[in-house]
Structure formats: C-alpha cells, structure tokens
Design a protein around this ligand. Structure first.
Ligand SMILES: Nc1ncnc2c1ncn2[C@@H]1O[C@H](COP(=O)(O)OP(=O)(O)O)[C@@H](O)[C@H]1O
Ligand SMILES: [Mg+2]
Length: 345
C-alpha cells in the first residue's frame, strides 16, 4: 500500500534549493533572475497546500553543510538543481553529503546525477538497452572536426537548461560546424561537445514518478508545440527559451499533450522505466526525446533532477491530467517517503 504523508514524523522537511545570493554562471547575467525568485515563492505557496507537512527552506550554501550537520532535518526535499554553490558540477555533492549524514532525501542519489551529467554516457547505455538514440560524435578539446552528414546539431556534452544551445546549434555545412564548435570551445561548457544527427521531428518529454519494485506512474507525455513560433526560426529549445522572456522562443513555444497513439506512449514509458531502473534513478525523473526524419523518437537526455517549478515540463504534464503544482510536488514527496519506508523495512 502507498505510504501516506501523515505516516512520516511531523518534523519540518528541509527544502534544499540553489543559493540566490551566489553567482550562477548558468543564468543570464550570472545571477538569479526575477523569474527564479518568483519560482521559489510559488514553490513555497504550493508546498503550503500539502496537508500534514511543514517545510523549511535552506538556501544559504555558505551555511548549508554546517546547518545540515548541526541541525539535520528528518527529511530533505532535494530541489537543489543548481548544484552546490550553484555549480552544476557539484549537483551530485548535495545528495552525497546528505548520505554521509544519514539524512533521507527525495530524488536520485549522487551516482545517477553524475552519470546523467554526461550525455554521451547515457546515450551509450541507452543504446545497449535497445533504446533508439541519435548518431553522434563526441569531441574532446583537441579533436579535429568529424566528418558528419548535414544538417547536424552541436551541443555541450555536459550541460543542462539548454546552456550552450542557440539557433546556430543547428548547422547546415562544415563551415557552420567549425564556427559553432570554435564558439562553444571558448565557453565554460565547451570542453566536450556532441555533434549529433539533427532530429527534425516532434519533441517529447516523459515524466516518471515512483521506483522500481514499488510501481511507476508515467505522467501524460508532453510534446513541445512549436506551431506559434515564427516558421523562419529553427525548432529547438534554445537557452533563451528558458531564460529570456523577450525571446520568441520563450513567448511562442508551448507544451501540449503528445499526439501519439496509446501503443507509442506505452513504448516510450517502458523505455523510460528501463532506463530509470538501470541508471539507478529514484522517485521522479524526466526523459527528453525527439523524432528522427522517419518519426522514430530518439533519446536526447535523461534529467535525474528535473525542474520542479510551476511552469516546468513536469508541471505541464501534471496539468494534462488536471493536477496542479501542489499535486505534482505531493507525488514527488510521497514517492520518496514511500521508498524511504520500504528501505527501512
Ligand atoms: N540531436 C538533436 N536534434 C534536434 N534538436 C536537438 C538535438 N539535441 C538537442 N536538441 C534541442 O536542444 C534542446 C536541449 O537539448 P538537451 O539535450 O535536452 O539538453 P538540455 O540538458 O540543455 O535540456 C532540446 O530540447 C531540443 O530542442
Ligand atoms: Mg533537455
């Protein structure tokens, strides 16, 4: 039977988030934006609706380690998707530290967070499991440009939130490829690059709640709706689509329920459950796919710590089945508490 929230001791749950006062080089201007602050306020309001739980927020990373050690919460909701000190490379260190302290927490552990930060590694694993993936070359800092077919897509191997992705990521010839590679190599995310087959078809996201052995709940599959976007612009979720309210990508790109038949939805869900288990993910995760020219969805990436925000893809999926932000957050928390109870036996 599913664990119920009121089974958990009544002590406040610590919500771990990025530090709004520290620089964050993944954000425009290198700092938290007005939208980031608004997201946290909306999170606070949604969590207040969850009956039977009290929440306290821990956001000051200068004090975080000492505060967790000296005043360990009974449970932590790990929504720190910026990484420790807002460094994406240290996203995995937050759950690692919680584990060292024996604090139970929501979401995936350090190993899957580390694995999924390397998109080429996830692609290789997915391929070994028979999951369709795009053709791809991995470029190290000193590697020559590969011979690939065009159009192609260039992106950082280790990146998140579309950092390093622009309209120019879609390249049509060797000269454009050379230009974009050179440009990316001058940025902090440019050390390892992927040159991929461009996937021109529909873009899907699959959200999963639950855990192997305890049952999965696959949320309605989402499709990125590019219909309102200026047809002259390439169809992709670039950095501006996630950070710049003035951008046509932010303004005109929407999400809708995927236009897929039931068998295709089942197939996608089954692939994601396989990956979820093999990667050792926990509680919730999001998987991004895009279809090739033949309409076959191929895996772009796995997000083991996906956006929890009110207008993120997971929230849009929940809305497709009539659930609000608070309901989504409650599902995440309940999946984690249920797993923790099962682990305790
Ligand atoms: N091979 C590809 N072909 C077409 N578009 C792609 C490809 N890879 C990525 N994209 C576009 O770039 C966006 C971000 O890529 P993704 O791999 O999901 O990285 P991120 O971690 O930044 O979300 C995708 O949502 C999609 O629009
Ligand atoms: Mg993505």
């Amino acid at each position: 039977m599913a664990a119920r929230s009121h089974d958990w001791p009544g002590a406040p749950i610590a919500v771990l988030l990025g530090d709004p006062d520290l620089p964050d080089r993944s954000k425009p201007g290198g700092r938290f934006t007005a939208d980031d602050h608004d997201q946290v306020e909306r999170l606070r309001a949604a969590l207040e609706k969850l009956a039977g739980h009290a929440f306290e927020f821990r956001r000051d990373h200068g004090a975080l380690l000492e505060s967790l050690r000296a005043d360990p919460p009974a449970f932590a909701l790990n929504f720190c998707d910026t990484g420790f000190r807002n460094d994406a490379r240290q996203e995995l260190h937050v759950p690692a530290y919680l584990e060292l302290l024996g604090i139970p927490y929501s979401g995936s552990g350090p190993v899957p967070l580390g694995l999924c930060f390397d998109k080429a590694l996830v692609r290789a694993l997915a391929q070994s499991l028979g999951i369709p993936v795009p053709d791809e070359r991995l470029l190290g800092p000193a590697d020559d440009l590969p011979e690939v077919g065009f159009p192609a897509f260039v992106k950082p191997n280790r990146g998140d939130g579309s950092v390093g992705i622009t309209q120019r990521s879609l390249v049509h010839d060797a000269a454009q490829l050379a230009e974009v590679v050179a440009e990316l190599r001058r940025t902090p995310v440019g050390a390892e690059l992927l040159v991929q087959e461009f996937l021109p078809g529909a873009e899907y996201s699959v959200g999963i709640l639950g855990n192997p052995g305890l049952g999965f709940d696959v949320l309605p599959v989402l499709e990125v709706d590019y219909d309102a976007l200026d047809p002259a612009l390439p169809r992709l979720l670039d950095y501006d689509s996630k950070t710049d309210p003035e951008s046509p990508y932010w303004r005109d790109v929407r999400f809708r329920r995927a236009q897929l038949d039931a068998a295709a939805v089942r197939d996608l869900g089954a692939r994601c459950e396989t990956l979820f288990a093999r990667l050792g993910l926990r509680d919730y995760a999001r998987f991004d796919f895009r279809a090739d020219a033949g309409g076959r969805p191929k895996l772009m990436e796995v997000n083991p710590n996906p956006a929890w925000c009110h207008d993120g893809k997971l929230a849009h999926m929940a809305a497709q089945r009539g659930e609000d932000h608070a309901a989504l957050l409650s599902h995440v928390l309940e999946a984690a508490l249920r797993r923790c109870r099962a682990e305790r036996g």
